[in-house]
Design a protein around this ligand. Structure first.
Ligand SMILES: [Zn+2]
Length: 80
């Protein structure tokens, strides 16, 4: 599904405000596109908690090699 135009703008503004301009750790280029907001499940130490708290994260996908970087979506304003 990916980010809509407003979400992509929010992500770009947040990256600029936080000076996030990292080169891709896999290929070194600095061309990223926002992916989806996803939610990882919490690992309790012995089992995955289904239906428990989740951490929304936004994907940043390298345009060259498809490496995926994740950032917490709530502080960026992409999830509540
Ligand atoms: Zn890359």
């Amino acid at each position: 599904m990916g980010l809509d135009e407003l979400q992509q703008k929010k992500l770009n503004n947040w990256m600029s405000a936080k000076s996030v301009c990292a080169g891709c750790p896999a290929c070194g280029l600095n061309h990223w596109t926002g992916g989806d907001v996803i939610a990882g499940t919490v690992w309790s130490g012995s089992a995955m908690q289904i239906g428990g708290p989740m951490v929304p994260m936004v994907q940043l996908i390298c345009d060259n090699c498809a490496y995926v970087m994740l950032f917490a979506a709530v502080p960026i304003g992409l999830a509540s």
